[in-house]
Design a protein around this ligand. Structure first.
Ligand SMILES: *Cc1c(COP(=O)(O)O)cnc(C)c1O
Length: 482
């Protein structure tokens, strides 16, 4: 056998003895020749090695641990397209069962056997669907009153997740944001109503605010909105963005009213791939009743072998996540979900308390209401510190952790905070490792003789004093909202 031929890579060629391993990976053109699966696998895998280990990624809300059976089940369904409902009717049924289970966790009053809802690729698609439904219902009503429909708006706190900005842009619906402040750290119902008018399609409170980990008070909003709607004759509803809270509140605070028990809550969205405990991407949206899901949102296609009605922005999508969600419901049950969420809460509470005790830090809120929290550099410490939270983020990265530092949204945008999200798969032991690494990193930063570059930038801009919490507007303004 010709030596050169072997070096092109066949079953006998050692992966790292092949000429492929002497060539750069393709960047803009497809390679001319094929290679062996072993070599291709090695090349792709190796490119991922420099990344954070998903379990050490404290920035993400998205599931990074599922048990072996869930993983097996999902891998075995990797070749199934959810949209082919005719070929895979059992998957469509499991999907409908998941929607029912969620509707009931959220206290749906709907009597029909199959509740109105839809699977989505994540909360983003689910929020869009909830928002579009509110818009179409508003439009329908306005048309029936002979009123113009060209200036729709919706009201949300300035701590909105980025999907709502996309919703506003893509559908050209004005987004009215209620600013947060040091005193009002969640959506203020009266401030929200002050922004409403006849063109308001809905108000969107968040259960599990991405930026802060807190919950908007949906019950207070519903109360205020009820009085407002009575007074004005409007019918402004609520869509709850419960990306995180949708899978926390029912298990940990079943008595807390935030869901379909409230009069004006007509739709709720959540991320199955966050505290729903399924790998990405999976989201869900449920309507209080079929009558709130506008007809034009349900599309019928007949070329799959039967007439299929479908609600969603995507067409093809993986079915594996639906099996994963259904598995988790069966495997864990109510008690299992409760135990896991409760452990995540306790680990988050522990981290919150320990970080609160460290000299440089102050927690944003005394309470931990979801398994995530943020903190900032306390005002006095900040006056003389030679570093910023961005430096701490960089330091922690050296020990494999991703703990994001970012600035808060408008009105509080000069405040740099750090956030930790605790998910299934993060134990007290890991929390102790993280705390140890934070303590060490801070000790190192305190030894600095000269300010770090990020510190110098803000001092140069004269931004050390002032603002609400601590002032570190170093110009590194990025929205870290996953
Ligand atoms: C994560 C999140 C979203 C977007 O959800 P995806 O599942 O990532 O698409 C929307 N709203 C809130 C409040 C979130 O936390």
């Amino acid at each position: 056998m010709n030596d050169i031929l072997l070096r092109k890579g066949d079953a006998k060629t050692p992966t790292f003895g092949s000429d492929k391993m002497l060539q750069p990976a393709p960047v803009d053109r497809i390679p001319e020749h094929p290679t062996t699966p072993e070599i291709a696998y090695q090349m792709v895998k190796d490119e991922t090695f420099a990344q954070t280990q998903p379990r050490l990624n404290m920035a993400t809300f998205v599931t990074t641990y599922m048990d072996d059976y869930a993983t097996k089940l999902m891998n075995e369904a990797i070749d199934i397209n959810y949209i082919d409902e005719t070929e895979y009717p059992r998957i469509a049924l499991m999907n409908a069962k998941c929607i029912n289970i969620m509707a009931n966790l959220w206290n749906s009053p709907e009597e029909a056997q199959w509740k109105a809802g839809a699977v989505a690729i994540g909360s983003s698609e689910a929020c869009m669907l909830g928002g579009i439904a509110a818009w179409l219902r508003w439009k329908e009503r306005r048309k029936s009153q002979g009123r113009p429909t060209d200036k729709p708006n919706f009201v949300i706190s300035s701590a909105f997740q980025v999907v709502w900005e996309k919703f506003a842009q893509l559908w050209q619906i004005e987004m009215r944001t209620v600013p947060l402040s040091a005193e009002k750290i969640t959506l203020d119902p009266d401030d929200a109503l002050a922004m409403c008018d006849e063109n308001t399609i809905c108000v969107v409170p968040t259960a599990g605010v991405t930026w802060t980990g807190l919950n908007d008070d949906v019950e207070a909003l519903d109360d205020a909105l009820d009085r407002y709607n009575k007074k004005t004759g409007y019918d402004i509803p609520i869509h709850v963005d419960a990306a995180s809270g949708g899978f926390i509140l029912p298990f940990l605070h079943p008595e807390h009213k935030w869901d379909f028990r409230l009069k004006w809550v007509l739709s709720i969205s959540t991320s199955g791939h966050k505290f729903g405990l399924v790998y990405p991407g999976l989201g869900w949206v449920v309507w209080k009743d079929k009558k709130y899901l506008p007809g034009p949102m349900a599309f019928s296609v007949n070329y799959l072998g039967a007439n299929i009605t479908q609600v969603g922005l995507n067409f093809s999508r993986p079915a594996a996540q639906i099996l994963g969600q259904y598995y988790q419901f069966i495997r864990l049950g109510f008690e299992g979900y409760k135990a896991i969420q409760s452990n995540s809460m306790q680990v988050a509470q522990y981290l919150h308390d320990e970080i609160g005790k460290m000299a440089p830090f102050t927690n944003y809120s005394d309470k931990v209401v979801n398994p995530l929290f943020i903190w900032y550099m306390n005002v006095d410490y900040n006056k003389t510190a030679k570093w910023t939270l961005y430096d701490l983020q960089d330091k922690l990265r050296q020990s494999g952790w991703m703990v994001p530092a970012y600035t808060l949204p408008d009105n509080l945008e000069d405040n740099v905070v750090m956030r930790i999200v605790v998910r299934q798969g993060f134990s007290r032991d890991m929390a102790d490792m993280l705390l140890h690494d934070i303590t060490e990193a801070v000790a190192d930063l305190e030894k600095l003789e000269y300010p770090t570059p990020s510190r110098s930038t803000l001092e140069k801009n004269g931004e050390v004093q002032g603002s609400v919490f601590t002032h570190t507007g170093s110009g590194r303004r990025h929205r870290k909202t996953k």
